[in-house]
Design a protein around this ligand. Structure first.
Ligand code: TXA
Ligand code: MG
Length: 325
C-alpha cells in the first residue's frame, strides 16, 4: 500500500509535469496533469496512443466538476449522485479552458471520481484534474497490479507506480455519454445498464454512428499477444483435443464448475480460478490473461461466458481481445 510519503512524491511528480501510475477500483491509471500540455504529450508518447484519442479527467471530488464542464446535464447529476465516487465515467460538454489534448479536439470531456483510497489520496493531494488512460501500452491488456504496470513502462518513463489493494471491479469504468439528448452507453463496465436505467428512469441508448468516438471501443483492444479464441462451453473439450492432437500447446480459461475436475490428456496450461461468478471473473480477468499470455501457448482458448447484463463488460472485453486485427 502506498505510504503518505509516496502519495506526496507522486503529487510532486504530477506538478512537475511527470507521469505517475496509480491503482483505481477498475484498472491502473497512468496519470498526468490534465492542465499541462507538455505532460499530456509525454503521456501520449508513453502509451503509444494516437494524439486525437481523448483521455478521462480524474477528480478527487464532484465539487470540482465546474472547472471542467460547461453544464451538468440533469442525467449527469443523477448519475453522479448515485455512482460517484465509483467506476463510472461521464461524457459531458467541456468547459472552455480544457485542453484539446484531453478531449481529442471534441466538444466533450470525460470525467470520473474514482473511489479507490490510493487514487483518492493522490487526487486530493494533487488538487487538480489528472488525465489518466489505463496504464498499458496502446491496445494491450490493462493493468490491475503494480507489477503489471512495471512490465509495461520503465522507470525513466514512469518514475513512480503507487501500490494499492487490487481492484474490486477489475475492468474499466462504464462510460455514459450524457452530452446529447439521450444517455448513451459508450463502454460497458462495472456498472450495468440495469443499474443505470434504474437511476435515470429510462434505458441507456446504444451508441450510434454520430456518438463521440471512444477508441477503447476499437475492435481490437485489451488483447494479449497470444491469439485468443472464444469457444462455446459444449465445444470446448473437442476443441482442446483437436488442437493438442495436432501438437499445439493451448492455454485454457474456464469458468464452468463442470471443468474444475477436467484433466486433459495432453499438456494444457489452465487457469480455472474463476468459478462462474461474473464479479470475481471480472476482478481476475486481466491478471489471468496476462499469466496465460506468458505460458508459451500457441493459442488461448476462452470458454464463452453467459449471456446477460452482469457479464456484459467481460463479454465485451473478451470479444475485443479475440479480434485478430
Ligand atoms: O476505468 C477506467 O476508465 C480507467 C481508469 C484508469 O480510470 N481508464 C481508462 O482510460 O480506461 P482509457 O483511456 O484506457 O479509456 C478511456 C476511454 C477511451 O475509449 C476514450 O476514447 C474514451 O474513454 N473517452 C474519453 N474522453 C472521451 C470523450 N470526450 N468522448 C468520448 N470518449 C471519450
Ligand atoms: Mg485503455
Amino acid at each position: 500500500m502506498a505510504t503518505a510519503d509516496e502519495i506526496g512524491r507522486a503529487a510532486d511528480i504530477l506538478r512537475a509535469g511527470g507521469l505517475v501510475a496509480f491503482p483505481t477500483e477498475t484498472v491502473y491509471g497512468l496519470g498526468a496533469d490534465a492542465a499541462n500540455a507538455d505532460a499530456l504529450r509525454r503521456l501520449f508518447a508513453a502509451k503509444g496512443r494516437p494524439a486525437d484519442h481523448p483521455v478521462i479527467v480524474h477528480l478527487a471530488d464532484a465539487a470540482q466538476l465546474s472547472e471542467w464542464v460547461r453544464t451538468i446535464p440533469e442525467a449527469a447529476a443523477k448519475l453522479v449522485a448515485a455512482f460517484w465516487p465509483g467506476p463510472l465515467t461521464l461524457i459531458v460538454p467541456r468547459a472552455a479552458g480544457v485542453l484539446d489534448a484531453v478531449t481529442g479536439g471534441q466538444e466533450t470531456v470525460g470525467v470520473r471520481v474514482p473511489r479507490h483510497p490510493v487514487a483518492h489520496a493522490l487526487l486530493a493531494a494533487f488538487g487538480g484534474g489528472v488525465a489518466a488512460p489505463s496504464a498499458n501500452t496502446f491496445g494491450h491488456i490493462s493493468a490491475t497490479h503494480a507489477a503489471h504496470v512495471r512490465a509495461e513502462f520503465d522507470e525513466a518513463t514512469v518514475p513512480l507506480v503507487l501500490d494499492g489493494d487490487p481492484p474490486d471491479i477489475g475492468v474499466e469504468s462504464t462510460i455514459v455519454d450524457v452530452s446529447g439528448p439521450r444517455p448513451t452507453l459508450l463502454r460497458p463496465g462495472g456498472i450495468t445498464p440495469a443499474q443505470l436505467a434504474a437511476v435515470l428512469g429510462e434505458p441507456v441508448a446504444a451508441p450510434t454512428a454520430s456518438s463521440p468516438r471512444a477508441p477503447g471501443t476499437l475492435p481490437r483492444h485489451y488483447a494479449p499477444r497470444t491469439p485468443l479464441e472464444i469457444v462455446p462451453t459444449e465445444m470446448l473439450e473437442a476443441r482442446i483435443r483437436s488442437l493438442t492432437d495436432n501438437g499445439e500447446r493451448v492455454a485454457v480459461l474456464f469458468w464452468s464448475p463442470k471443468f474444475m475436475e477436467y484433466t486433459p490428456q495432453t499438456e494444457v496450461a489452465r487457469d480455472d480460478a474463476n468459478t462462474g461468478d461474473s464479479y470475481s471473473y471480472a476482478r481476475l480477468l486481466y491478471t489471468t490473461l496476462r499469466s496465460l499470455d506468458k505460458v508459451h501457448a500457441s493459442r488461448i482458448l476462452v470458454e464463452d461466458v453467459p449471456e446477460g447484463d452482469e457479464w456484459l463488460a467481460v463479454r465485451d472485453r473478451l470479444r475485443r481481445a479475440a479480434q485478430s486485427s
